[in-house]
Design a protein around this ligand. Structure first.
Ligand code: SAH
Length: 239
């Protein structure tokens, strides 16, 4: 073969490998091709101060790249400590924030936790991996379907999913031990407080531009609320 022919074949091969590396080619067995990056991500979360083993173990297990829709995977380093686009103008949360909110909410094995904003399904998978009984609501049909498929493919069929408006909560399954909201309302949605058990906890970002994480507890029917980190989440929209 002429040298030019060899170079052409080399270029074609490089392009094919380039396409396949980020997420694995369609039809290939889906392995652990991001093991090094995933380990580094978990190490970073630990260095940033979330040291609870069960959270780190769950985040070391759940394969974040498979929760980012395939067509978006190449645009973003899936194990970098940043949000990634997942379509419909939405994002999968930054890994440190996933770990931090989980740590602050402190969900226990067997507890019933309501998540508002399923998005990619990643946070739901992390909670399920910790043995939590997860109920998650997503308003965007396309994301609801994506999360449903991704969770099933990764073996998290026990996560209960609903396509609907998170402001209404999920009264059929209330009360919940804990509620985690992963989109930002302007104020704490009253229905979600109502659906919290006595002694229950809730964590959510509140605000439009300047958002704060709010941690809330229901104690003897009263609400005790504290403000935490400044954050940036997508808005919680009304249907
Ligand atoms: N927890 C997600 C991050 C989701 S981003 C993950 O791990 O990937 C926030 C999500 O909240 C988006 O998917 C958005 O569509 C959804 N959302 C916004 N308003 C909502 C509402 N009123 N009810 C339910 N979901 C809502």
């Amino acid at each position: 073969m002429k040298p030019k022919g060899v170079i052409n074949w080399f270029v074609i091969l490089a392009i094919l490998v380039g396409f396949c590396l980020p997420g694995g080619c369609e039809g290939e067995p889906r392995g652990d091709e991001y093991r090094v990056e995933q380990t580094a991500m978990v190490r970073l979360i630990e260095l940033y101060g979330v040291t609870e083993k069960r959270i780190l173990q769950a985040m070391n297990k759940v394969r974040r790249h498979l929760f980012i829709p395939a067509s978006y995977r190449w645009r973003c380093e899936p194990y970098g400590d940043h949000p990634c686009p997942i379509g419909y103008g939405q994002t999968i949360s930054q890994p440190f924030i996933v770990a931090y909110m989980t740590w602050k909410l402190n969900p226990q094995k067997g507890e019933k936790v309501l998540e508002i904003g399923t998005g990619s399904g990643y946070q739901a998978a992390v909670l399920a991996e910790m043995g939590v009984d997860v109920y998650s609501i997503e308003i965007v049909k396309g994301l609801f379907e994506h999360a449903q498929a991704a969770l099933a493919a990764e073996g998290y069929e026990t996560v209960h999913l609903l396509r609907g408006d998170g402001y209404k909560g999920w009264p059929e399954y209330a009360p919940f031990d804990a509620v985690m909201v992963t989109c930002a309302p302007d104020s704490v949605p009253p229905k979600l407080v109502e659906q919290l058990k006595e002694g229950g906890r809730m964590i959510l970002p509140v605000g439009s531009w300047n958002q704060r994480l709010v941690i809330l507890r229901k104690k003897k029917g009263k609400i005790v609320q504290e403000e935490d980190l400044p954050v940036r989440f997508v808005p919680m929209v009304h249907e």
